[in-house]
Design a protein around this ligand. Sequence first.
Ligand code: GAR
Length: 188
Amino acid sequence: MRIVVLVSGTGSNLQSVIDAVADGSLPNVEIAAVGADKHDTYGVERSAAAGIETFVVNFKDYAERSEWNHELTEKCLSYEPDYVVSSGFMRIVGEEFINAFDGTYINTHPALLPSFPGAHGVRDAMAYGVKVTGCTVHIADAGVDTGPILRQEAVVIEDHDTEETLHERIKLVERRLLIATLADLAAK
Ligand code: GAR
């Protein structure tokens, strides 16, 4: 199973996938490439260090969102992936991309969707005052963190949590769910 992983930042969840592929825990998964929507992300840097092909389709280089979306779609298609994984990819992709990867675009989100979608899932859950949040791995459609849910797990919010401590605990679960989801998909 060939995957392209898209990142916008640190790529710590991506690193767990790189490690799982390297240590044989995901025997049928190949990371064909890692792409980002901006320059100088640690996600791309760590992928290059692991010998994985990388690319950047820099959002700010395009006057029109549709042009960026077209370029991103073409670039991802060029690797002939079975799945594209949004792992902390913080841009909404357009119709052309969604149509090209219909049902094969996977996203992870640090909240129990459909609650708290968007760029600040952890912060929004804390601000609301929920006592349990979690993470979701789902097939992404044209909405913001919407689409059929594949895996989900709860994480309890502790009184002493900050956004950072809670997000770190959520990410530990998120990594496990992402790897389990990829293993499931690769076994199909
Ligand atoms: C992850 O928690 C991911 O779920 C979240 O960004 C983080 C990326 O961390 N994505 C979203 O919020 C998407 N709406 P990482 O770069 O360290 O893997």
